[in-house]
Design a protein around this ligand. Sequence first.
Ligand code: PMP
Length: 285
Amino acid sequence: YDDRDGFIWMDGQLVEWRKAQVHILTHALHYASSVFEGERCYNGKIFKSTEHSQRLLKSGELLDMPIPYTVEQINAAKEAVLKANGLTDAYVRAVAFRGAGDEMGVASLGNPVRLAVACWTWGAYYGDAKFQGAKLDIAKWKRPSPETIPTAAKAAGLYMICTMSKHAAQAKGCSDALFFDYRGYVAEATGANIFFVKDGEVHTPLPDAILNGITRQTVIGMLRAKGITVHERHIMPAELETFQQCWLTGTAAEVTPVGQIGDYTFEVGALTRDIATEYEALVRS
Ligand code: PMP
């Protein structure tokens, strides 16, 4: 994705897409000192831009990597890069990382924390699954304990097992993989949170070892505003067969119905369709 026209915002300026490069001794490449955001711009407005910028700063703090920009500066960088690329409907990727510096080793306090923002057109994350219901594999890897890695950070290091699990899922003809966590509870997909419906009520994992997605929080608010009971709780895999509907939420995934997880099947029901439609309307309003 490096050889194309366009502009990327890097460390305070817009640079040509092909020239947005880093040195091979960039600390992040070796030690995963990198945090990022995925956002979507609809009709010229980034949905929850400030919340994403705040989460980026928080992720940096959690990795002992303070990002030298304010929320306002990050918001402005995102606007600038969208404008430079002439995009009003796009995916926006901000990434902050430790660059190359005085020393090369695990310690990185002498390495500058850098920030880049790119944007590009990105349609439905799961393609046709958006309408028919995605098929999920069950990942062999487990989401780690918050005592193992800062699970509240949207940090590159947390995605190593996501990439491996997604490859395994795609090799089996699935769109994505569902993780269980280190305790065995149902957790999240490789880039999205998960919701279930049982007898008109909604159940979703407690965000105590997963990313508490901005879309997840938005959808919980929408459901409660409709008077629907939402249970945020620990969910055991054995319960999967008791749920009637299932969907994923995420900035890229938006609200995507799930039709199958391993051997369990779900209907793309009325509540799933309603929430997907209402989310679509909300982000464009
Ligand atoms: N979990 C993981 C692992 C993710 O990568 C994402 C995407 N950022 C989500 C959940 C959903 O988060 P959000 O709704 O903030 O995009």
